[in-house]
Write a protein that binds this ligand. Structure first.
Ligand code: AMP
Ligand code: ZN
Length: 451
Protein backbone atom coordinates (compact mmCIF):
# COMPACT_ATOMS: atom_id res chain seq x y z
CA UNK A 1 0.00 0.00 0.00
CA UNK A 2 1.39 3.39 -0.99
CA UNK A 3 1.47 6.20 1.53
CA UNK A 4 -0.73 9.25 0.94
CA UNK A 5 0.45 12.62 2.26
CA UNK A 6 -1.96 15.55 2.36
CA UNK A 7 -1.67 19.15 3.49
CA UNK A 8 -3.82 19.59 6.55
CA UNK A 9 -4.93 23.13 7.37
CA UNK A 10 -5.36 21.82 10.90
CA UNK A 11 -1.72 21.72 11.96
CA UNK A 12 -0.55 23.59 8.85
CA UNK A 13 1.58 20.77 7.51
CA UNK A 14 1.65 17.76 5.26
CA UNK A 15 0.50 14.70 7.17
CA UNK A 16 0.27 11.02 6.37
CA UNK A 17 -3.33 10.12 5.63
CA UNK A 18 -4.83 7.07 7.29
CA UNK A 19 -8.60 6.64 7.12
CA UNK A 20 -10.60 6.08 10.29
CA UNK A 21 -12.24 3.06 8.72
CA UNK A 22 -9.93 1.33 6.21
CA UNK A 23 -12.96 0.20 4.20
CA UNK A 24 -14.45 3.63 3.51
CA UNK A 25 -13.18 7.19 3.55
CA UNK A 26 -15.69 9.80 4.76
CA UNK A 27 -15.35 12.95 2.68
CA UNK A 28 -17.40 16.15 2.89
CA UNK A 29 -17.24 19.18 0.60
CA UNK A 30 -19.00 22.46 1.18
CA UNK A 31 -21.25 22.72 -1.83
CA UNK A 32 -22.67 25.59 -3.84
CA UNK A 33 -24.93 28.39 -2.67
CA UNK A 34 -27.52 28.09 -5.40
CA UNK A 35 -28.57 31.70 -5.91
CA UNK A 36 -26.62 32.12 -9.13
CA UNK A 37 -24.53 30.15 -11.65
CA UNK A 38 -21.25 28.70 -10.41
CA UNK A 39 -18.21 30.59 -11.65
CA UNK A 40 -15.01 28.93 -12.79
CA UNK A 41 -13.40 29.69 -9.40
CA UNK A 42 -16.14 27.74 -7.59
CA UNK A 43 -15.63 24.92 -10.06
CA UNK A 44 -11.96 24.75 -9.12
CA UNK A 45 -13.10 23.78 -5.61
CA UNK A 46 -15.02 20.83 -7.07
CA UNK A 47 -12.30 19.73 -9.52
CA UNK A 48 -9.99 19.71 -6.51
CA UNK A 49 -12.40 17.61 -4.40
CA UNK A 50 -12.90 15.29 -7.38
CA UNK A 51 -9.15 14.84 -7.89
CA UNK A 52 -8.82 14.04 -4.20
CA UNK A 53 -11.66 11.52 -4.37
CA UNK A 54 -10.27 9.90 -7.53
CA UNK A 55 -6.82 9.66 -5.90
CA UNK A 56 -8.29 7.94 -2.84
CA UNK A 57 -10.17 5.50 -5.08
CA UNK A 58 -7.04 4.91 -7.17
CA UNK A 59 -5.38 3.84 -3.92
CA UNK A 60 -8.11 1.27 -3.41
CA UNK A 61 -10.40 3.09 -0.95
CA UNK A 62 -14.15 3.34 -1.21
CA UNK A 63 -15.19 6.92 -0.68
CA UNK A 64 -18.47 8.19 0.70
CA UNK A 65 -18.68 11.77 -0.50
CA UNK A 66 -21.33 14.23 0.63
CA UNK A 67 -21.80 17.70 -0.81
CA UNK A 68 -24.42 20.02 0.65
CA UNK A 69 -26.50 22.45 -1.35
CA UNK A 70 -27.00 25.79 0.40
CA UNK A 71 -30.47 26.97 -0.53
CA UNK A 72 -31.12 28.88 2.67
CA UNK A 73 -29.33 30.82 5.39
CA UNK A 74 -26.21 32.10 3.64
CA UNK A 75 -26.12 35.83 4.31
CA UNK A 76 -24.34 38.20 1.95
CA UNK A 77 -21.78 38.84 4.67
CA UNK A 78 -19.95 36.17 6.67
CA UNK A 79 -20.47 38.40 9.73
CA UNK A 80 -24.18 37.54 9.97
CA UNK A 81 -25.29 40.71 8.27
CA UNK A 82 -26.98 41.67 5.00
CA UNK A 83 -29.64 39.81 3.07
CA UNK A 84 -29.93 36.08 2.80
CA UNK A 85 -28.39 35.32 -0.61
CA UNK A 86 -31.52 33.42 -1.66
CA UNK A 87 -33.74 36.37 -0.68
CA UNK A 88 -31.47 38.54 -2.80
CA UNK A 89 -32.01 36.17 -5.74
CA UNK A 90 -35.81 36.36 -5.25
CA UNK A 91 -35.61 40.15 -5.38
CA UNK A 92 -33.29 40.07 -8.40
CA UNK A 93 -35.63 37.79 -10.31
CA UNK A 94 -38.72 39.77 -9.31
CA UNK A 95 -40.38 36.78 -7.60
CA UNK A 96 -42.79 36.88 -4.70
CA UNK A 97 -41.13 36.19 -1.32
CA UNK A 98 -42.11 32.68 -0.33
CA UNK A 99 -40.36 29.41 0.42
CA UNK A 100 -41.69 27.71 -2.75
CA UNK A 101 -40.17 30.38 -4.99
CA UNK A 102 -36.94 30.16 -3.03
CA UNK A 103 -36.82 26.43 -3.68
CA UNK A 104 -37.58 26.81 -7.36
CA UNK A 105 -34.67 29.26 -7.77
CA UNK A 106 -32.48 26.80 -5.87
CA UNK A 107 -33.57 23.92 -8.12
CA UNK A 108 -32.83 25.92 -11.24
CA UNK A 109 -29.26 26.84 -10.25
CA UNK A 110 -28.66 23.38 -8.79
CA UNK A 111 -29.50 21.78 -12.16
CA UNK A 112 -27.14 24.25 -13.87
CA UNK A 113 -24.47 23.33 -11.31
CA UNK A 114 -24.90 19.60 -11.96
CA UNK A 115 -24.56 20.21 -15.70
CA UNK A 116 -21.27 22.03 -15.03
CA UNK A 117 -20.01 19.10 -12.94
CA UNK A 118 -20.94 16.63 -15.67
CA UNK A 119 -19.22 18.72 -18.35
CA UNK A 120 -16.07 18.77 -16.21
CA UNK A 121 -16.30 15.00 -15.75
CA UNK A 122 -16.60 15.44 -11.99
CA UNK A 123 -18.02 12.31 -10.38
CA UNK A 124 -21.23 13.17 -8.58
CA UNK A 125 -21.13 12.78 -4.77
CA UNK A 126 -22.94 9.98 -2.97
CA UNK A 127 -25.60 12.54 -1.97
CA UNK A 128 -26.42 16.21 -2.45
CA UNK A 129 -28.51 17.11 0.64
CA UNK A 130 -30.34 20.45 0.43
CA UNK A 131 -30.15 22.71 3.50
CA UNK A 132 -33.88 23.47 3.42
CA UNK A 133 -34.67 19.75 3.73
CA UNK A 134 -32.72 19.51 6.99
CA UNK A 135 -34.22 22.20 9.19
CA UNK A 136 -35.25 19.56 11.74
CA UNK A 137 -31.61 18.41 12.12
CA UNK A 138 -30.44 22.04 12.44
CA UNK A 139 -33.01 22.69 15.17
CA UNK A 140 -31.96 19.56 17.08
CA UNK A 141 -28.31 20.59 17.05
CA UNK A 142 -29.15 24.16 18.11
CA UNK A 143 -31.25 22.80 20.98
CA UNK A 144 -28.35 20.65 22.13
CA UNK A 145 -26.07 23.69 22.05
CA UNK A 146 -28.64 25.71 24.05
CA UNK A 147 -28.99 22.90 26.59
CA UNK A 148 -25.21 22.62 26.96
CA UNK A 149 -25.04 26.38 27.43
CA UNK A 150 -22.92 27.01 24.31
CA UNK A 151 -25.66 29.22 22.82
CA UNK A 152 -27.85 32.13 23.87
CA UNK A 153 -30.85 34.01 22.59
CA UNK A 154 -31.03 37.65 21.51
CA UNK A 155 -33.94 39.57 19.99
CA UNK A 156 -32.86 38.66 16.45
CA UNK A 157 -31.69 35.08 16.83
CA UNK A 158 -29.78 32.33 18.61
CA UNK A 159 -26.02 32.83 18.82
CA UNK A 160 -23.05 30.58 19.53
CA UNK A 161 -20.94 31.81 22.44
CA UNK A 162 -17.38 31.50 21.14
CA UNK A 163 -15.79 32.18 24.54
CA UNK A 164 -17.33 28.96 25.89
CA UNK A 165 -15.36 26.95 23.32
CA UNK A 166 -11.76 26.95 24.50
CA UNK A 167 -10.54 25.65 21.11
CA UNK A 168 -12.41 28.22 19.04
CA UNK A 169 -10.54 29.25 15.87
CA UNK A 170 -8.34 26.17 15.55
CA UNK A 171 -8.03 26.53 11.77
CA UNK A 172 -6.68 30.04 12.11
CA UNK A 173 -7.52 33.25 10.32
CA UNK A 174 -10.19 34.42 12.81
CA UNK A 175 -10.91 38.12 13.18
CA UNK A 176 -8.46 39.98 15.39
CA UNK A 177 -9.49 42.33 18.18
CA UNK A 178 -8.78 45.37 16.08
CA UNK A 179 -11.42 44.21 13.56
CA UNK A 180 -13.98 44.33 16.30
CA UNK A 181 -15.30 47.83 15.69
CA UNK A 182 -15.43 47.30 11.92
CA UNK A 183 -17.63 44.20 11.80
CA UNK A 184 -19.73 44.58 14.92
CA UNK A 185 -23.18 46.10 14.69
CA UNK A 186 -25.23 43.75 16.85
CA UNK A 187 -24.93 45.11 20.36
CA UNK A 188 -26.72 42.13 21.90
CA UNK A 189 -23.98 39.73 20.92
CA UNK A 190 -21.84 38.85 23.93
CA UNK A 191 -18.61 38.65 21.94
CA UNK A 192 -17.85 40.01 18.52
CA UNK A 193 -16.85 36.56 17.16
CA UNK A 194 -20.14 34.95 18.24
CA UNK A 195 -22.15 33.83 15.23
CA UNK A 196 -25.78 33.14 14.40
CA UNK A 197 -27.09 29.58 14.67
CA UNK A 198 -30.60 30.79 13.85
CA UNK A 199 -32.03 34.12 12.71
CA UNK A 200 -35.63 35.01 13.56
CA UNK A 201 -37.97 35.89 10.72
CA UNK A 202 -37.92 39.59 10.05
CA UNK A 203 -40.84 41.73 8.84
CA UNK A 204 -41.36 39.55 5.74
CA UNK A 205 -42.64 36.70 7.92
CA UNK A 206 -40.67 34.31 5.72
CA UNK A 207 -39.17 31.45 7.68
CA UNK A 208 -39.34 27.92 9.07
CA UNK A 209 -41.18 26.88 12.24
CA UNK A 210 -38.90 26.39 15.25
CA UNK A 211 -39.58 26.00 18.99
CA UNK A 212 -37.33 28.97 19.82
CA UNK A 213 -38.97 31.23 17.20
CA UNK A 214 -39.65 30.94 13.46
CA UNK A 215 -36.89 31.94 11.09
CA UNK A 216 -33.86 30.61 9.22
CA UNK A 217 -30.88 28.50 10.17
CA UNK A 218 -27.47 30.16 10.10
CA UNK A 219 -25.28 29.10 7.20
CA UNK A 220 -22.74 27.15 9.27
CA UNK A 221 -25.18 24.92 11.15
CA UNK A 222 -26.42 23.20 7.97
CA UNK A 223 -22.99 21.72 7.27
CA UNK A 224 -22.53 20.50 10.86
CA UNK A 225 -26.03 18.98 10.93
CA UNK A 226 -25.74 17.27 7.54
CA UNK A 227 -22.26 15.90 8.22
CA UNK A 228 -23.66 14.34 11.39
CA UNK A 229 -26.64 12.86 9.55
CA UNK A 230 -24.94 11.54 6.41
CA UNK A 231 -21.44 10.67 7.57
CA UNK A 232 -21.29 10.77 11.38
CA UNK A 233 -18.36 12.49 13.03
CA UNK A 234 -15.44 12.32 13.09
CA UNK A 235 -15.02 12.26 9.32
CA UNK A 236 -11.77 11.78 7.43
CA UNK A 237 -11.52 14.83 5.19
CA UNK A 238 -13.44 18.08 4.85
CA UNK A 239 -12.78 20.29 1.78
CA UNK A 240 -13.58 23.82 0.67
CA UNK A 241 -12.00 26.98 -0.68
CA UNK A 242 -9.59 28.98 1.49
CA UNK A 243 -12.16 31.76 1.91
CA UNK A 244 -14.08 29.39 4.19
CA UNK A 245 -11.25 28.95 6.71
CA UNK A 246 -11.63 32.02 8.97
CA UNK A 247 -15.38 31.97 9.56
CA UNK A 248 -17.37 29.10 8.07
CA UNK A 249 -15.04 26.23 8.87
CA UNK A 250 -13.97 27.48 12.30
CA UNK A 251 -17.67 27.79 13.09
CA UNK A 252 -18.50 24.31 11.76
CA UNK A 253 -15.79 22.89 14.04
CA UNK A 254 -17.06 24.84 17.06
CA UNK A 255 -20.69 23.73 16.62
CA UNK A 256 -19.94 20.07 16.00
CA UNK A 257 -17.35 19.68 18.70
CA UNK A 258 -19.45 21.43 21.35
CA UNK A 259 -22.64 19.60 20.39
CA UNK A 260 -21.17 16.09 20.00
CA UNK A 261 -18.10 16.23 22.22
CA UNK A 262 -15.76 14.99 19.48
CA UNK A 263 -13.65 15.97 16.56
CA UNK A 264 -15.36 17.02 13.29
CA UNK A 265 -12.68 16.09 10.73
CA UNK A 266 -9.16 14.69 10.88
CA UNK A 267 -8.07 16.53 7.73
CA UNK A 268 -9.13 19.95 6.49
CA UNK A 269 -8.06 20.64 2.93
CA UNK A 270 -8.49 23.95 1.12
CA UNK A 271 -8.06 24.95 -2.48
CA UNK A 272 -6.53 28.33 -3.33
CA UNK A 273 -8.45 30.85 -5.37
CA UNK A 274 -8.74 31.75 -8.97
CA UNK A 275 -8.17 35.45 -9.18
CA UNK A 276 -8.63 38.08 -11.83
CA UNK A 277 -5.81 40.53 -11.36
CA UNK A 278 -5.63 41.06 -7.62
CA UNK A 279 -9.26 40.16 -6.97
CA UNK A 280 -10.80 36.84 -6.03
CA UNK A 281 -13.39 35.77 -8.57
CA UNK A 282 -16.69 36.08 -6.68
CA UNK A 283 -20.34 35.36 -7.39
CA UNK A 284 -21.27 38.68 -5.90
CA UNK A 285 -18.69 40.60 -7.92
CA UNK A 286 -18.70 41.67 -11.56
CA UNK A 287 -15.56 39.69 -12.41
CA UNK A 288 -17.54 36.53 -12.81
CA UNK A 289 -16.80 33.93 -15.51
CA UNK A 290 -18.76 30.74 -16.10
CA UNK A 291 -18.07 27.64 -18.16
CA UNK A 292 -20.41 29.12 -20.72
CA UNK A 293 -18.24 32.23 -20.97
CA UNK A 294 -15.24 29.98 -21.58
CA UNK A 295 -17.14 28.03 -24.20
CA UNK A 296 -18.09 31.27 -25.99
CA UNK A 297 -14.38 32.00 -26.10
CA UNK A 298 -13.68 28.67 -27.75
CA UNK A 299 -12.57 26.74 -24.64
CA UNK A 300 -13.59 23.12 -24.16
CA UNK A 301 -14.52 22.45 -20.51
CA UNK A 302 -12.13 19.51 -20.25
CA UNK A 303 -9.34 21.80 -21.42
CA UNK A 304 -10.28 23.97 -18.42
CA UNK A 305 -9.94 20.89 -16.22
CA UNK A 306 -6.54 20.20 -17.83
CA UNK A 307 -5.49 23.80 -17.14
CA UNK A 308 -6.48 23.45 -13.48
CA UNK A 309 -4.39 20.28 -13.19
CA UNK A 310 -1.30 22.10 -14.46
CA UNK A 311 -1.18 23.93 -11.11
CA UNK A 312 -1.27 22.55 -7.57
CA UNK A 313 -4.73 22.94 -6.00
CA UNK A 314 -3.09 24.90 -3.20
CA UNK A 315 -1.53 27.50 -5.49
CA UNK A 316 -3.39 30.66 -6.35
CA UNK A 317 -3.86 31.00 -10.11
CA UNK A 318 -4.69 34.08 -12.05
CA UNK A 319 -7.24 33.69 -14.81
CA UNK A 320 -5.81 34.15 -18.31
CA UNK A 321 -7.67 33.15 -21.44
CA UNK A 322 -4.36 32.82 -23.31
CA UNK A 323 -3.03 30.41 -20.68
CA UNK A 324 -6.22 28.34 -20.85
CA UNK A 325 -6.03 28.32 -24.66
CA UNK A 326 -2.44 27.03 -24.48
CA UNK A 327 -3.63 24.33 -22.10
CA UNK A 328 -6.32 23.49 -24.65
CA UNK A 329 -3.70 23.00 -27.36
CA UNK A 330 -1.81 20.62 -25.05
CA UNK A 331 -5.01 18.83 -24.05
CA UNK A 332 -6.06 18.31 -27.67
CA UNK A 333 -2.60 17.00 -28.54
CA UNK A 334 -2.78 14.54 -25.67
CA UNK A 335 -6.26 13.50 -26.66
CA UNK A 336 -5.26 13.04 -30.31
CA UNK A 337 -2.13 11.14 -29.32
CA UNK A 338 -4.10 8.80 -27.09
CA UNK A 339 -6.57 8.07 -29.85
CA UNK A 340 -3.80 7.45 -32.38
CA UNK A 341 -2.27 4.69 -30.23
CA UNK A 342 -3.18 1.24 -31.42
CA UNK A 343 -5.41 -0.89 -29.26
CA UNK A 344 -4.36 -4.33 -28.16
CA UNK A 345 -3.75 -6.34 -25.05
CA UNK A 346 -1.69 -3.62 -23.42
CA UNK A 347 -0.61 -3.80 -19.80
CA UNK A 348 -0.11 -0.94 -17.38
CA UNK A 349 3.57 -0.13 -17.11
CA UNK A 350 4.52 -0.58 -13.46
CA UNK A 351 7.48 1.82 -13.47
CA UNK A 352 5.42 4.71 -14.78
CA UNK A 353 2.53 3.79 -12.51
CA UNK A 354 4.74 3.89 -9.46
CA UNK A 355 6.00 7.36 -10.33
CA UNK A 356 2.49 8.56 -11.13
CA UNK A 357 1.03 7.34 -7.87
CA UNK A 358 3.92 8.84 -5.94
CA UNK A 359 3.14 12.23 -7.54
CA UNK A 360 -0.61 12.22 -6.87
CA UNK A 361 -0.16 10.76 -3.38
CA UNK A 362 2.17 13.64 -2.59
CA UNK A 363 -0.60 16.13 -1.80
CA UNK A 364 -2.11 15.77 -5.29
CA UNK A 365 0.91 16.93 -7.28
CA UNK A 366 -0.98 17.03 -10.57
CA UNK A 367 1.62 19.17 -12.43
CA UNK A 368 4.15 16.41 -11.81
CA UNK A 369 1.60 13.74 -12.76
CA UNK A 370 1.02 15.52 -16.10
CA UNK A 371 4.77 15.72 -16.70
CA UNK A 372 4.90 11.93 -16.25
CA UNK A 373 1.99 11.57 -18.69
CA UNK A 374 3.93 13.51 -21.35
CA UNK A 375 7.07 11.49 -20.72
CA UNK A 376 5.05 8.36 -21.28
CA UNK A 377 3.46 9.75 -24.43
CA UNK A 378 6.91 10.40 -25.91
CA UNK A 379 8.44 7.11 -24.80
CA UNK A 380 8.99 5.28 -28.10
CA UNK A 381 10.57 2.34 -26.27
CA UNK A 382 7.22 1.33 -24.89
CA UNK A 383 4.80 -0.37 -27.25
CA UNK A 384 1.65 1.52 -28.19
CA UNK A 385 -0.83 -0.82 -26.49
CA UNK A 386 1.04 -0.56 -23.17
CA UNK A 387 1.19 3.21 -23.45
CA UNK A 388 -2.53 3.31 -24.09
CA UNK A 389 -3.31 0.99 -21.17
CA UNK A 390 -1.12 3.09 -18.85
CA UNK A 391 -2.69 6.37 -19.95
CA UNK A 392 -6.17 4.87 -19.48
CA UNK A 393 -5.15 3.91 -15.97
CA UNK A 394 -3.83 7.42 -15.17
CA UNK A 395 -7.01 8.96 -16.52
CA UNK A 396 -8.89 7.41 -13.59
CA UNK A 397 -7.27 10.16 -11.51
CA UNK A 398 -6.99 12.93 -14.09
CA UNK A 399 -10.55 12.58 -15.38
CA UNK A 400 -9.68 13.98 -18.80
CA UNK A 401 -11.83 11.50 -20.75
CA UNK A 402 -8.98 10.64 -23.08
CA UNK A 403 -10.86 7.77 -24.66
CA UNK A 404 -13.94 9.78 -25.54
CA UNK A 405 -14.77 11.87 -28.58
CA UNK A 406 -14.59 15.60 -27.89
CA UNK A 407 -18.14 16.37 -28.79
CA UNK A 408 -19.02 19.44 -26.82
CA UNK A 409 -20.58 22.18 -28.87
CA UNK A 410 -18.30 25.14 -28.56
CA UNK A 411 -19.66 28.43 -29.72
CA UNK A 412 -17.29 29.59 -32.45
CA UNK A 413 -16.27 33.21 -31.88
CA UNK A 414 -16.98 35.76 -34.63
CA UNK A 415 -13.33 36.38 -35.56
CA UNK A 416 -12.77 32.63 -36.05
CA UNK A 417 -15.95 32.33 -38.10
CA UNK A 418 -14.67 35.12 -40.33
CA UNK A 419 -11.36 33.31 -40.85
CA UNK A 420 -13.23 30.08 -41.68
CA UNK A 421 -15.28 31.97 -44.27
CA UNK A 422 -12.16 33.55 -45.79
CA UNK A 423 -10.48 30.15 -45.96
CA UNK A 424 -13.49 28.68 -47.70
CA UNK A 425 -13.23 31.37 -50.39
CA UNK A 426 -9.44 30.82 -50.68
CA UNK A 427 -10.03 27.11 -51.24
CA UNK A 428 -12.72 27.81 -53.83
CA UNK A 429 -10.17 30.00 -55.61
CA UNK A 430 -7.60 27.20 -55.24
CA UNK A 431 -5.33 29.61 -53.34
CA UNK A 432 -3.77 26.87 -51.23
CA UNK A 433 -1.06 29.06 -49.71
CA UNK A 434 -3.63 31.49 -48.36
CA UNK A 435 -5.86 28.63 -47.21
CA UNK A 436 -2.94 27.11 -45.26
CA UNK A 437 -2.08 30.46 -43.73
CA UNK A 438 -5.68 30.92 -42.61
CA UNK A 439 -5.74 27.39 -41.21
CA UNK A 440 -2.68 28.30 -39.09
CA UNK A 441 -4.36 31.45 -37.85
CA UNK A 442 -7.46 29.48 -36.91
CA UNK A 443 -5.31 26.92 -35.11
CA UNK A 444 -3.50 29.63 -33.17
CA UNK A 445 -6.92 30.65 -31.83
CA UNK A 446 -7.42 27.16 -30.44
CA UNK A 447 -9.58 25.65 -33.24
CA UNK A 448 -8.81 22.80 -35.54
CA UNK A 449 -10.26 22.47 -39.04
CA UNK A 450 -11.20 19.06 -40.34
CA UNK A 451 -12.05 19.23 -44.07
P1 AMP B 1 -20.18 29.24 -2.83
O1 AMP B 1 -21.10 28.68 -3.88
O2 AMP B 1 -19.98 30.71 -2.97
O3 AMP B 1 -20.60 28.86 -1.43
O4 AMP B 1 -18.74 28.61 -3.08
C1 AMP B 1 -18.51 27.30 -3.47
C2 AMP B 1 -17.05 26.91 -3.32
O5 AMP B 1 -16.20 27.69 -4.17
C3 AMP B 1 -16.49 27.12 -1.92
O6 AMP B 1 -15.69 26.00 -1.57
C4 AMP B 1 -15.64 28.37 -2.04
O7 AMP B 1 -14.63 28.41 -1.07
C5 AMP B 1 -15.08 28.19 -3.43
N1 AMP B 1 -14.64 29.43 -4.08
C6 AMP B 1 -15.29 30.63 -4.09
N2 AMP B 1 -14.62 31.54 -4.86
C7 AMP B 1 -13.53 30.90 -5.35
C8 AMP B 1 -12.45 31.29 -6.22
N3 AMP B 1 -12.37 32.51 -6.75
N4 AMP B 1 -11.49 30.37 -6.52
C9 AMP B 1 -11.57 29.11 -6.01
N5 AMP B 1 -12.55 28.67 -5.19
C10 AMP B 1 -13.53 29.55 -4.86
ZN1 ZN C 1 -19.76 24.09 4.92
Amino acid sequence: MNEIWLSNTLGKEKQKFTPINPKEVKLYSCGPTVYNYAHIGNLRAYVFADTLKRTLKYNGFNVKHIMNVTDVGHLTSDADQGDDKMVKALKREGKEMNLENMRSIANFYFEAFKTDLEKLNIELPSAFPFASDHIKEDIEMIQTLLQKDFAYKTTDGIYFDTTKDTHYGRLGGIAEDNDHGRIESNTEKKNYRDFALWKFADGTGLGFVAPFGNGFPGWHIECSAMIEKYLGTPIDIHTGGIDHIPVHHNNEIAQTECATGHNLANFWMHNAHITIGEDKMAKSGDNFLTLETLSKNGVHTLAYRYWLLTARYSTRVDYSLDAIKSAQVAYEKLHAHFNSLSNGNGVVNTEYKERFIEAVNNDLDTPKALAIVWELVKDGELNQADRKATLTDFDKVLGLMLGSVIKENIEIPEDVQKLIEERKIARENKDWTKADELRNQIQSKGFEIKD
